[in-house]
Design a protein around this ligand. Structure first.
Ligand code: XCC
Ligand code: SF4
Length: 674
């Protein structure tokens, strides 16, 4: 039975997206929103009750006690499906990290056209963590050694993936005790595939133990390498002013959208777009210049480093094409919908694939390679400029919002203490005092099965009212950006009193944009430093913090969820659970669901749960934060204690008559002589 088609308001909470969905209907063109309405999800697959790992199947387990042809139980099948998804997610992030490491190697050896080492300080700090000599050495020499070390992590067969040593000591011991320390990044992914081949590992808990090891190879391995190298080559992010939403596209310029994930390509396109030769070429074509904008995590990469605007998040990739104003959409890897090509054929937009790993039928392929990066980037832009003359009518929604992204771990450290006494002390103190109740990391994708951006922004706004400091990455960060939550003053109106004081004192927005999805590692290193700073326990699982992915859809999100759990976090995923199992199953027979929650909590102090109701997500988040506060013997959260300093409160007080102001400040009128 086909589902009812939803209205634009039901499909998205973003006014720009709503306008474009109405426009799509007028043009009679479909998008992921339309396809989601017409594609009823397979209920067996959705619940993890289907196995297609061998030719004796696919086996659909629909009755209690039923097994596959080989005898595999539903729990084994669910665990295998879950680890395979985690392995794919880990592979995607880590392969991105590998390419970054190869680029670093090429830059160190002067073989990468257009790139340079922009952040020597970070290079030295990171190298020193691995005992790479840094004194009296040129940045290129240090970078060469670091690149070799990082490249070696992927194919390493024995030992430990090196960046894991950046986790808190206690956490490292715990991983060693449970036998989940990844040996080599590729090795764990391969082993996950081996173990799930027909007739291998058939103990669900044992399978999921390796899922943790595979995910750790991502979070504290491949992704951490990606973040480190991106910062070294392109600069560690610090706050810049940016803009987000489809209204960043320009009528009078050649619009080029970069979409995907790896900053190697997008950073070079940024550089090429500012080249006088390219600007002249665009002007000769009748445009004012080249206007770059990003989609998905590539957007986050160039937004937080260069202030290049974000045209939108995952579900806006098709909507941007519907504007008719995009000359080229340049894509590399991950989260690129095949539907873009067919949709673009209704307009002049050219879809250009660039990665040797990703081609899409009927798209233009201009292969990127870091040795000729700038030349290729210019070639791509000339292509886009040549296409400007083919532009027809445009339909750009006049919707955009300012934002301040760029809160890297390093910048947070600096902003809290300045150059000479950089420290997390003020943050820990604010949590300990209860001004900040706790921290929520709200990350992850969009999913057309739920209302676009709604879960992200609803949960974010409600937690802010409860004095929870929110950090964000990925498409979730772009959702908040579009709503104006990533701005200092403007974002503070509906923020709890204690958190507002902290934000006003330090001068930060209540929601901190920390980057792309590989940059969830910044959250890991921030949590580690919070532990090291003292006062919040001696391991990550003791910090009053929760991770949420309200609109998740990708396998990468599952890998992120698993490594956050392994690092000690309570992680809540929205939407449906890929392992929910039979609807009539009694809950304690739900081995896999129980294991990733209570089972993992016993082992790692973190747990993974799927909760579809946003109010329940919020309730569970606050409950967990308060539980962790109590365990640390911190004062219970009490919003009435704060909000008496800071700009907003001072302005309110100044507006009061003298006697009332005195009552508010001192609890009594102040006698004349005082
Ligand atoms: Fe993709 Fe990274 Fe998800 Fe967005 S949040 S839909 S994975 S772009 Ni990473
Ligand atoms: Fe069926 Fe077992 Fe083959 Fe899976 S591995 S398809 S459960 S026979």
């Amino acid at each position: 039975m086909p589902k009812r088609e939803r209205s634009p308001e039901e499909r998205s909470s973003d006014p720009a997206a709503q306008q474009m969905l109405i426009w799509a209907d007028e043009l009679g063109l479909g998008t992921a929103f339309h396809r989601a309405d017409n594609m009823v999800p397979c209920n067996l697959g959705a619940a993890g009750m289907c196995c297609k790992l061998c030719g004796m199947g696919p086996c659909r387990l629909t009755k209690e006690g039923q097994t596959g042809v080989c005898g595999a139980t539903i729990d084994t099948i669910q665990a295998r499906n879950l680890i395979r998804a985690i392995a794919a997610g880990s592979a995607a992030h880590s392969d991105h990290g590998r390419d970054m490491a190869f680029t670093l190697k090429a830059v160190a050896n002067g073989e990468a056209e257009g790139y340079m080492i922009r952040d020597v300080a970070k290079l030295r700090t990171v190298a020193a963590k691995y005992d790479i000599p840094i004194e009296e050495r040129a940045p290129e020499e240090i970078a060469n050694d670091l690149a070799d070390l990082y490249i070696a992590q992927f194919g390493q067969q024995r030992g430990e993936v090196a960046p894991l040593r950046r986790a808190p000591d206690k956490r490292q011991q715990l991983w060693a005790e449970h036998g989940v320390v990844p040996r080599g990044i590729d090795r764990e992914v391969v082993e996950a595939l081996h173990r799930t081949h027909i007739g291998d590992d058939q103990d669900p808990e044992h399978i999921l133990q390796h899922a943790i090891r595979t995910a750790l190879a991502d979070g504290w391995g491949g992704s951490l390498i990606a973040t480190d190298v991106s910062d070294i080559l392109f600069g560690t992010p610090a706050p810049v002013l940016g803009q987000a939403n489809l209204g960043v596209l320009k009528e009078d310029m050649v619009n080029v959208i970069v979409h995907g994930h790896e900053p190697t390509l997008s950073e070079m396109i940024v550089a090429a777009s500012q080249d006088p030769e390219i600007i002249e070429y665009a002007q000769a074509a009748g445009a004012k210049g080249v206007n770059l904008a990003g989609i998905c995590c590539t957007a986050n990469e160039i937004l937080m480093r260069q202030g290049i605007p974000a045209a939108g998040n995952f579900l806006q990739q098709e909507l941007s094409i519907l504007t008719g104003a995009v000359e080229a959409m340049v894509v590399d890897v991950q989260c690129i919908m095949q539907a873009l090509v067919g949709l673009a054929q209704n307009f002049h937009t050219e879809i250009i694939t660039t990665s040797p790993k990703v081609k899409i039928k009927e798209a233009t392929h201009i292969e990127f390679n870091e040795h000729r990066a700038l030349t290729i980037a210019k070639e791509i832009l000339r292509h886009a400029i040549d296409n400007y003359k083919n532009r027809g009518d445009t339909h750009i929604p006049d919707v955009r919002e300012d934002l301040v992204p760029g809160f890297s771990h390093e910048y947070i450290n600096y902003m809290l203490g300045g150059t000479y006494r950089a420290s997390f002390r003020p943050l820990n103190d604010a949590i300990m005092a209860g001004r900040i109740r706790g921290v929520a990391a709200i990350v992850g994708c969009n999913n057309p099965r739920s209302r676009h951006d709604y879960l992200h922004t609803y949960v974010t706004q409600e937690l802010l009212k409860q004095d929870v400091l929110v950090v964000e990455t990925g498409c979730g960060a772009i959702a908040s950006a579009k709503l104006g939550l990533l701005l200092g003053e403007a974002g503070l109106d509906n923020v709890g009193p204690g958190l507002r004081e902290v934000c006003e004192t330090i001068g930060i927005p209540p929601v901190l944009h920390m980057g792309s999805c590989v940059d969830n590692t910044r959250i890991l290193t921030v949590l580690t430093q919070m532990v090291e700073e003292g006062g919040l326990g001696d391991d990550i699982d003791q910090i009053p913090a929760v991770g949420l992915a309200p609109e998740w859809m990708s396998e990468k999100a599952l890998s992120i969820g698993a490594y956050c759990v392994a690092s000690g976090a309570y992680v809540i995923f929205g939407g449906s659970s890929p392992i929910s199992g039979m609807p009539n199953r009694v809950s304690d027979s739900d081995i896999v669901l129980g294991y990733i929650s209570q089972g993992w909590e016993k082992l790692y102090g973190g747990k993974l749960e799927f909760i579809d109701d946003p109010d329940e997500m919020i309730r569970k988040t606050l409950e967990h934060i308060d539980k962790k506060r109590a365990a640390l013997k911190l004062p219970a959260y009490d919003p009435t204690r704060f909000g008496f300093s800071g700009d907003t409160r001072m302005l309110e007080l100044e507006a009061l008559p003298l006697a009332e102001r005195q009552m508010a400040l001192y609890g009594a009128p102040v006698p004349e002589e005082v």
